[in-house]
Design a protein around this ligand. Structure first.
Ligand SMILES: Nc1ncnc2c1ncn2[C@@H]1O[C@H](COP(=O)(O)OP(=O)(O)OP(=O)(O)O)[C@@H](O)[C@H]1O
Length: 263
């Protein structure tokens, strides 16, 4: 697999005159997990929205290696190798796990799901690829079950599987452990680590400081739409500016034991 670095360069974004992002620059390198943290309203989801083509930036640009992504629609960004999940699950509940993952796969190959019948040979190859992916994510036992029959934690896993079916170079995860039990969150942490070891660059928005510390190679801290600090977990958490940004809303998360998740 070719591996390119995702580059965010001086990105700005505002809503009705309110700055959500101001001159944000960072990179996500192949094989690394970059955590994106910050208090509520810091601009984390807005940044993922801009990177994924969900909304254009007001200034700056996003590149995958030399390829400029700014200005492309979401589907085009995804086909070029940058795939994302959402804070709120976007699965089709009544469809099977396998079919949900096939939908992700079809976005990659531009084959419309309703044309599968006309392309049986290709469909078989795609199904095989998706079953292999589900086995890698330990979801093979539930491949043929409807998504609605699964636990919340398992559905979150399926959402990640659906995104990985697009064979991304960069994976953007927007709070993949939101609302999860500790055990499920731990398993997602392991899955994120394994994914990065395959060479994929992962940007992880995560409120659980313990999980971020255990899973990420580097962490970028946003506050009021600006990057306060980027560095290793040790560098970041020992920075007084980061501590200041975190005083208040995040203190309960920050109090969790960083050793609780150790993939
Ligand atoms: N579509 C929108 N229209 C208007 N304002 C928006 C929009 N999206 C985000 N904002 C504002 O931009 C700022 C950044 O929001 P964003 O959702 O990116 O923060 P966040 O760090 O992801 O927060 P959280 O941790 O709560 O999800 C906030 O002030 C928010 O109210």
């Amino acid at each position: 697999m070719t591996t390119r670095t995702l580059l965010v360069e001086d990105v700005g974004k505002h809503f009705q005159g309110v700055a959500a992002l101001t001159d944000v620059s960072l990179d996500v390198r192949p094989g690394e997990v970059l955590g994106l943290v910050g208090p509520n309203g810091a601009g984390k989801t807005t940044l993922v929205n801009v990177i994924s083509g969900y909304m254009p930036p007001a200034s700056g640009r996003v590149r995958l290696g030399e390829e400029v992504l700014t200005g492309l629609r979401m589907e085009s960004v995804a086909r070029r190798g940058v795939a994302r999940t959402y804070q709120h699950l976007r699965l089709i509940d009544e469809m099977s796990v396998l079919d949900n993952v096939l939908v992700g796969r079809h976005q990659l190959f531009r084959v419309k799901p309703w044309r599968i019948g006309a392309r049986r040979r290709d469909a078989r190859a795609q199904e095989q690829a998706c079953r292999e992916l589900l086995a890698r994510l330990e979801l093979d036992a539930v491949a043929d079950l409807p998504v609605e029959s699964l636990s919340y934690g398992m559905r979150r896993r399926v959402e990640i599987a659906r995104t990985l079916a697009m064979e991304p170079e960069v994976l953007l995860l927007d709070e993949p452990t939101a609302g999860m039990t500790r055990t499920d969150a731990h398993e997602i942490g392991e899955l994120v680590r394994r994914t990065s070891r395959e060479g994929i660059a992962v940007l992880l928005i995560e409120h659980n400081v313990g999980l971020v510390t255990a899973v990420c190679d580097r962490i970028a801290v946003l506050d009021w739409g600006k990057v306060v600090r980027i560095g290793t977990p040790d560098e970041v958490w020992s920075d007084p500016a980061v501590r200041a940004a975190y005083l208040g809303a995040e203190t309960s998360d920050a109090a969790e034991d960083p050793a609780e998740v150790q993939p």
